[in-house]
Ligand binder design. Structure first.
Ligand SMILES: [Cu+2]
Length: 176
């Protein structure tokens, strides 16, 4: 009886662990459970450390930071973002062919929705997006509301230069 009970508990543990593993794995739909797999995912091997390092993400990808690109869509497709990842905003300094851009952060979702730039804080002025770009590290576990602050919200509203990011806590295990 004791043996049977122990066996049942063991099976339960394996099943729930396996379900957890599969649900965390997303793309890797290997339903079979084996310990090698388990260990490689949760064992936190030192040789795999590089894959767990924070990333640098260029906002807009090759489009950089400009008027008219859908950054909400970009942020949705680029998720998830993790704590200590760095967002890089790249934009030219104002010149004959390009309008000025900047980076602002809203405190509340409400002012983000309305593009209420007066309630936002400037993170980078129009000169700070050149060269390597302006870098912002996602240090805090909270929603971040970014926008371009130019033309008093016009770039944010009409130019769709706005997006929100909620950084996730980086898992200590290995993504397959
Ligand atoms: Cu702009």
């Amino acid at each position: 009886m004791a043996l049977k009970l122990g066996h049942g508990v063991m099976i339960l543990v394996i099943i729930s662990a396996s379900m957890f593993s599969v649900s965390m794995a997303n793309k890797d739909w290997s339903f079979g459970f084996n310990y090698t797999d388990w260990w490689s995912r949760f064992g936190n091997h030192p040789q795999n450390k590089t894959q767990q390092q924070p990333k640098q993400i260029v906002v807009g990808g090759s489009e950089h930071w400009h008027y008219g690109f859908n950054y909400t869509d970009w942020a949705f497709k680029s998720a998830p973002f993790y704590l200590n990842d760095t967002l890089v905003f790249k934009y030219d300094a104002p010149n004959a062919t390009s309008f000025p851009h900047s980076v602002y952060m809203f405190k509340s979702f409400g002012s983000f929705l309305k593009c209420d730039i007066e309630k936002a804080k400037m993170l980078a002025n129009p000169m700070q997006g050149t060269g390597e770009g302006f870098k912002f590290v996602l240090k805090r576990w909270k929603p971040h509301y970014f926008a371009c602050g130019e033309r008093n919200g016009f770039h944010c509203n009409n130019g769709t230069m706005k997006f929100a990011v909620m950084p996730m806590i980086r898992p200590f295990w290995q993504w397959p």
